[in-house]
Design a protein around this ligand. Structure first.
Ligand code: UDP
Length: 218
């Protein structure tokens, strides 16, 4: 098949997702290859056994179809790269570990990275380029926006709405809302590592601690 797959980013996020990407390809298409893209690379090289090159070199490769997982934690960089890929006619690629559990009526937009032991509960909707790191979960009836990032072991309970570009730190727990009154995390908010979020978080706010309190408001 005249198709190539790539993981964009060779830093921590990209190198952690590459083995999952390889495994996924192995089970889908024999012989397709997955390479790294990273703009800091001047020349083609090898990173953790995979070919790595910058985006200009990748663009020049002669394949009918190219699919890319953007494996970079910064949501603004993910958005910038997703826009560039779209303009260049390159498709986003969703990568998920074999241990990921996805329940009924889940809608996930393109480009998600679902790390090992992630669980997505029933009736959940998720936007573009979502990152759910190791052991995170999203429980039933949540709505997650575009370019949302979960560090490892985030507990996102039922009926929570998370708007675009929110970052949730490792081990944070967000209290469940109700169907009538979902708990809302506003656009671009940052939830600190280990925070216990018991009420809505305004757009652009930074919250930390247990119970989570406002550190900064934009
Ligand atoms: N990067 C890139 N193109 C960009 C912006 C970033 O290739 O436009 C790469 C950058 O060179 C680095 C990686 O993306 O290798 C981002 O790594 P970072 O250390 O921020 O951590 P991570 O996202 O892996 O946690």
């Amino acid at each position: 098949m005249n198709e190539i797959f790539a993981v964009y980013g060779v830093s921590g996020c990209g190198r952690s997702l590459m083995p999952i990407a390889r495994e996924q390809l192995k089970s889908l298409y024999n012989n397709s290859q997955v390479i790294f893209i990273d703009d800091a690379l001047q020349h083609n090289t090898i990173v953790n056994r995979s070919i790595a090159m910058n985006y200009n070199a990748f663009k020049k490769l002669a394949y009918a179809r190219k699919r890319v997982l953007i494996a970079i934690a910064s949501s603004s960089i993910r958005e910038k790269i997703a826009d560039k890929l779209e303009k260049d006619g390159i498709l986003l690629w969703q990568v998920q570990a074999t241990s990921t559990v996805i329940m009924d009526e889940v809608m996930i937009s393109e480009g998600a990275a679902l790390s090992p032991f992630v669980t997505i509960g029933a009736n959940v909707t998720i936007g573009k380029c979502f990152h759910a790191n190791l052991y995170s979960y999203v429980e039933h009836d949540c709505i997650i926006g575009n370019y949302v990032t979960f560090a490892p072991r985030v507990s996102c309970n039922g009926n929570i709405h998370i708007h675009d570009h929110v970052y949730v730190g490792a081990g944070a727990v967000i209290k469940q809302g109700t169907l009538d009154k979902p708990l809302i995390i506003g656009t671009g908010a940052i939830i600190g590592m280990g925070a216990v979020v018991t009420k809505d978080v305004p757009a652009g706010a930074v919250v930390v601690g247990n119970p989570a309190r406002l550190l900064l408001k934009s």
